[in-house]
Unconditional design. Structure first.
Length: 375
């Protein structure tokens, strides 16, 4: 009986320990659940931060793509300018070669004409000598016939023949002297030819040196214009400050059309006139320092977006872009910029800098570009 009581007492002692184990498991489960909830919260927060960073990187990549497109266009324009300069240099070299060829032809023609005149004079002199010899031969034959006619006159005829023979020897000696004189003339002509060839070589060296100087001068003018272009855009950058609607990209100054014109119009707004007035003042300051031998121009290019236009004033984007460029040119002329230093061009929608179709891309494509270039 006492053993049964002890066994029951021991069986009832197990329950509190079991309750403690269950409580501990419950606490551990709640802690694990709380850790899981917190980890899910922090993970969601980290993912949202990464999405924001990814979106920012995407925007920066798009901006860099725009800048890259502008730089590529600038490189294409620079290659075009270099190809034009190369063509001008090639034309100059062609003109120099043509002048050299004409000079050589003139020297050769002068030499050949002189040689021909000398030869003709020698031939005429020889013909005169031959005619004299023929006449002498006829006289000798006549005298011989006379000798056969009468013996009494033989001595006189022999004396006459000796006389004629002496004259013939004298003519022969004269002909030899003339031949020697011709040889001397030929030697003199040869020396003149060698001297002419030497002068021709010197002229070719001078022409080659002239071509090198011309190349160096052209390169110097390009570098000098580049320096004034950098100074011009540097002053404009400092004058206008950091603006989203006015940018300097490479060697071009880019206005968004909304800065200068209302939508679908070529009439300058007051704010655009103020901006162009400051630009004209800066251009005139730079122009006074540019040497007169640099033939520079400020090119004004008008661009539109791809949306078509058809009004009573503008039948196409070509008309609108050209009219806007001309309006800018006319305003700069009114501010004192010389007309011969300005050029206007309209490109319509065919030179976009952003291939997108959203409103932001269309706004970037509506622009006025200014470029300081060499004519």
């Amino acid at each position: 009986m006492a053993g049964l009581v002890r066994r029951r007492a021991r069986s009832f002692d197990i329950w509190p320990g079991f309750v403690d184990v269950l409580s501990t498991l419950l606490i551990i489960t709640m802690f694990a659940l709380m850790v899981f909830v917190l980890s899910q919260f922090f993970l969601a927060h980290a993912l949202s931060g990464r999405d924001a960073a990814l979106e920012q990187l995407t925007r920066r990549l798009k901006q860099m793509t725009e800048v890259l497109a502008m730089e590529r266009k600038d490189n294409d324009d620079l290659r075009l300018s270099l190809s034009q300069l190369s063509g001008e240099l090639k034309d100059a070299n062609t003109r120099v070669d043509s002048l050299s060829a004409r000079l050589r032809e003139a020297d050769a023609a002068t030499f050949e004409n002189q040689q021909l005149r000398d030869r003709l004079a020698g031939v005429a002199k020889l013909e005169q000598d031959v005619a004299a010899l023929k006449a002498l031969r006829d006289e000798l034959e006549a005298e011989i016939r006379k000798q056969g006619a009468t013996l009494s006159e033989r001595e006189g005829q022999l004396a006459e023949e000796r006389k004629l023979s002496d004259e013939a020897r004298a003519h022969a000696a004269l002909l030899n002297a003339q031949m020697e004189e011709l040889r001397k003339q030929l030697a003199s002509l040869q020396e003149a030819l060698e001297a002419s060839e030497a002068r021709s070589q010197e002229q070719e060296v001078q022409i080659a040196d002239l071509g090198q100087r011309l190349n160096a001068a052209l390169a110097e003018k390009v570098q000098e214009l580049q320096r004034y272009r950098s100074e011009f855009f540097g002053r404009l950058r400092a004058l206008l400050g950091n603006r989203d609607d006015v940018r300097i990209v490479g060697d071009r100054f880019v206005f968004q059309s909304e800065v200068l014109f209302p939508s679908g119009s070529n009439v300058l707004q007051p704010a655009g006139q103020d901006t162009l007035t400051r630009l004209a003042q800066t251009l005139m300051q730079i122009a006074r320092t540019i040497p007169p031998d640099i033939d520079w121009i400020l090119r004004v290019d008008g661009h539109t977006d791809r949306r078509p236009i058809n009004t009573s004033q503008f039948q196409s984007n070509w008309d609108l872009s050209a009219a806007r460029a001309i309006s800018v040119v006319n305003f700069l002329i009114s501010q004192g910029v010389p007309p011969q230093r300005l050029a206007a061009a309209g490109f319509g929608e065919y030179q976009p800098i952003d291939p997108g179709t959203d409103e932001a891309a269309l706004a970037r494509n509506r622009r006025i570009e200014l470029k300081l270039d060499q004519r």
